[in-house]
Design a protein. Structure first.
Length: 149
């Protein structure tokens, strides 16, 4: 369990990284649980689709959890990356759905017990919905430290 001094969550995007580079960075950051917030956990990059990634993480003693309820719909992604305010508002609204609220509660309980990193594609967290997911967690506890790798 994290102590109050180290109560934090990390976020990471795999854009520009290989699966091995991602795993290395997670290990260096002492991550014990990776929460995949991609709606559909598929990737054209080798080793970064759900099944293969989960297997690699298991070998590295990192727990894998996919939370599709915290994913950004495909038709909202391009505008989100471009910083369009409506796309961000839409995603914040989606986080108010019962399934997303339940997922946020479950994520919060994992953050309390593990060193968690949220995973999505974009390297720059500010162009990715995981930034808003981390903001939602800050809404639950403003003392939470968030670090974007």
């Amino acid at each position: 369990m994290q102590t109050l001094e180290t109560y934090s969550i990390l976020t990471i995007g795999y854009e520009g990284r290989t699966a091995n580079e991602l795993l290395s960075e997670l290990a260096q950051a002492h991550v014990t649980a990776l929460v995949d917030v991609r709606l559909t956990p598929l990737s054209r990059k080798p080793g970064l689709s759900k099944r293969h990634l989960a297997n690699q993480l298991e070998q590295a003693n990192i727990w894998y959890l996919h939370m599709p309820a915290l994913g950004n719909p495909r038709d909202n992604r391009d505008a989100f990356r471009q910083g369009v305010a409506q796309s961000r508002t839409r995603f914040r609204d989606l986080l108010q759905r019962p399934d997303a609220q339940e997922a946020l509660g479950k994520l919060w309980s994992v953050v309390y017990k593990q060193r968690v990193a949220l995973l999505c594609f974009e390297q720059d967290a500010t162009t990715c919905h995981r930034f808003i997911v981390s903001e939602a967690l800050l809404g639950i506890d403003p003392a939470l430290a968030v670090e974007h790798l």
